[in-house]
Ligand binder design. Structure first.
Ligand code: AHM
Ligand code: MG
Length: 394
């Protein structure tokens, strides 16, 4: 069969098929078309008919994928960028898709798992948070430019040995936050924070990881909700992408997210209220009083990513104050509070521990906890008025 035969590309090897497709596309791009003529202005023919018009809207609005967006943002900011950082972020989007696929099958996986603790290949069934951890370690550990990986699921940070010379990034993550919600089909998420590794050859990865949130060069999360969404920032605003299952790509759906100046929702585990600091109790009481004219409603999922995602889009406030059970707060500074705080600030919101800006806290331990108050400027200012009042009375 000659290569001119139209059936040739169907039977050719994959590489040949790709080459054929590329050459077809190039030909199409250079050939004049008469489709969509009325969609584009015509500068050289008053009849409105030109053989050299560019078809703009014939294929509908352009779909921007996360990979494309990340790459273009990097190129606009750093024209000399090699694409290495984009390559790292694409490891996170790949891991997000792998985890999403598994989370979507959670009920089925449980059924298979309960038949015996091994699957058909004789492998042990993994709990989803262990699975998610392995997916992230796998997708990031093979990028070549990640030097250290630190996870909620591992006691200590891991040095990636693949290419120690080039491993200039650190990724800190919670692979599946809120995983206790999986059993009841409630949203969960993956949270990540990316830092630069200043001491490339350091054999003390724990010290490399302990950087304040201000040093993050990117942060984000994937929320596995009624749809799967990636939300990320590299310090140039916050952008959201929805996973289109039909094409397996995160597609830009929420460009330049801004947190509303104020909201009408507050989010806190009120079962712990008796042991909150007094200023938090007073603040909650004030919210419920409706004294500023807003009738607040309460929303609490118990998955930080989902609770924050709602706060980001709708405004209001999320609080996890110190409690009797968690006197230093429950949430972890490095892979929960820091990335959430960077996203909040990038979207115009605030994040503190009730006193200090989260991003300025100097960490001392990988798994250190912190109180977290995050939300719209208005509610955060009111909260801090209550905190200041309490401090001035001391
Ligand atoms: P996890 O990392 O063990 O899943 O715990 C963190 C989760 C957060 O997602 C959520 O904000 C918080 O714990 C809820 O805690 P609580 O059940 O005490 O309200
Ligand atoms: Mg967690």
């Amino acid at each position: 069969m000659s290569s001119a035969d139209p059936r040739a590309s169907e039977t050719a090897e994959p590489q040949q098929r790709t080459a054929d497709l590329q050459s077809d596309l190039q030909q199409e791009a250079t050939q004049p078309t008469r489709e969509g003529l009325n969609d584009t202005p015509n500068n050289n023919d008053e009849s409105g008919v030109s053989p050299f018009k560019v078809v703009r809207d014939a294929a509908g609005p352009q779909q921007i994928t996360a990979a494309q967006h990340i790459f273009e943002q990097q190129r606009a900011r750093y024209p000399q960028a090699t694409g290495e950082f984009s390559w790292l972020l694409s490891g996170l989007t790949l891991a997000g898709k792998i985890v999403a696929a598994q989370v979507r099958r959670a009920g089925l996986v449980d059924i298979l798992g309960s038949a015996g603790a091994t699957n058909v290949q004789g492998e042990e069934q993994q709990k989803l948070d262990v699975f998610a951890n392995r997916a992230l370690l796998h997708c990031l550990g093979h990028r070549g430019n990640v030097g250290i990986l630190a996870s909620e699921e591992n006691d200590d940070p891991l040095i990636v040995l693949r290419d120690p010379e080039r491993g200039k990034y650190i990724v800190v993550f919670d692979p599946l936050d809120g995983s206790s919600n999986i059993d009841v089909n409630v949203s969960v998420g993956t949270i990540f924070s990316i830092l630069r590794r200043d001491n490339g050859d350091s054999q003390n990865p724990a010290a490399d990881v302990l950087q304040p949130g201000l040093k993050q060069i990117a942060a984000g999360y994937v929320v596995y909700g009624s749809s799967t969404m990636l939300v990320y920032t590299t310090g140039e605003g916050v952008h959201g992408f929805t996973l289109d299952p039909a094409i397996g790509a995160f597609v830009l759906s929420h460009p330049n997210i801004r947190m509303p100046e104020r909201g009408a929702l507050y989010s806190v585990n009120e079962a712990n209220a008796d042991s909150f600091p007094e200023y938090c109790r007073r603040f909650l009481h004030w919210l419920k009083s409706g004294r500023d004219g807003t009738v607040y409603s309460s929303r609490y999922i118990g998955s930080l990513v989902a609770d924050f995602h709602r706060t980001l889009l709708k405004g209001g406030i999320f609080l996890y104050p110190p409690t009797a059970r968690y006197p230093n707060g429950k949430l972890r500074l490095l892979y929960e509070a820091n990335p959430i705080a960077m996203l909040a600030e990038q979207a115009g919101g605030r994040a503190t521990d009730g006193e200090n800006r989260i991003l300025e806290i100097e960490p001392t331990e990988l798994h250190q906890r912190t109180p977290l108050m995050v939300g719209s400027p208005y509610e955060m200012e009111r909260l801090h008025e209550f905190a200041d009042m309490a401090r001035s009375r001391r």
